[in-house]
Design a protein around this ligand. Structure first.
Ligand code: PGA
Length: 253
């Protein structure tokens, strides 16, 4: 088995219905067939139409940006994992730094969401990464280790790690135009893979897809994705521009 390479687009809270529909079509038509998996993670309103547009297109998938940890109930405004599954979602972004920061999501809550997504047969794209002050204090490895332990390693069994995509996103690089250097990304990804190996074994670690996120654009994607432990990217801003997103998916070749 080979490690899956992936580019996922996190639209965040952008794109009206019409704009989103056009963007999906433009990207779909611009992509060359390849073995790189491409995941669209638009706001909830776009999930069903996107999954219809991508139906049967090899290696194109749909993901959500969040979900509630409970199966159903009186949670006004929330969406459950089974609802996401029912509109064709295969992936769910969890633990994004904006959810941690703005909505105060705790390690424990993120762990519950991970379980809900896996229980519904989807794959979490589990985001984590240090803030600038931790990097400056050279504490980035400790931060990442704790995030992985408390929301993932303490929560899921060995058979589930194959269904989790990891996304290392240093918070200081998200939406700032400041990208981790290829060397910084590689060092951290290698460390992350070693943690997965320690917990779930070397074979599982070798098969785990670890994405880098934080100001990835066509100009830097090739060098980042060229690192041995960087298996692709989670793309924010550049996923809103069809040409840029398509270019990024080609950065592996
Ligand atoms: P960015 O966002 O590419 O705009 O930095 C990445 C993310 O938040 O996933």
């Amino acid at each position: 088995m080979k490690r899956i390479r992936m580019v996922a687009g996190n639209w965040k809270m952008n794109m009206t219905y019409e704009m989103g529909r056009d963007l999906v079509m433009q990207v779909r038509d611009g992509l060359a067939p390849s073995e790189v998996k491409v995941v669209f993670c638009p706001p909830y309103i776009h999930l069903k139409p996107t999954s219809i547009s991508l139906h049967d297109v090899l290696n194109l998938h749909v993901g959500a940006q969040n979900c509630h940890e409970s199966e159903k109930g009186a949670f006004t405004g929330e969406i459950s994992a089974s609802m996401l599954k029912s509109v064709g979602c295969e992936y769910v972004i969890l633990g994004h730094s904006e959810r941690r920061e703005i909505y105060k999501e705790s390690h424990k809550l993120i762990g519950e969401k991970v379980k809900a997504v896996l229980a519904n047969g989807m794959k979490p794209i589990f985001c984590f990464g240090e803030k600038l002050d931790s990097r400056e204090a050279k504490k980035q490895n400790d931060v990442v280790k704790k995030q992985l332990k408390e929301s993932l390693f303490d929560v899921i069994e060995k058979e589930d790690i194959a269904n989790v995509v990891l996304a290392y996103e240093p918070v200081w690089a998200i939406g700032t135009g400041k990208t981790a250097s290829p060397k910084q990304a590689q060092e951290m990804h290698e460390f992350i893979r070693s943690l997965v190996a320690k917990k779930y074994g070397k074979e599982a670690a070798n098969l785990t897809t670890i994405l880098y996120g934080g100001s990835v654009k066509p100009a830097n994607a090739k060098e980042l994705f060229g690192q041995p432990d960087v298996d692709g990217g989670l793309i924010g801003g550049a996923s809103l521009k069809a040409n840029d997103f398509v270019e990024i998916t080609k950065a592996f070749f």
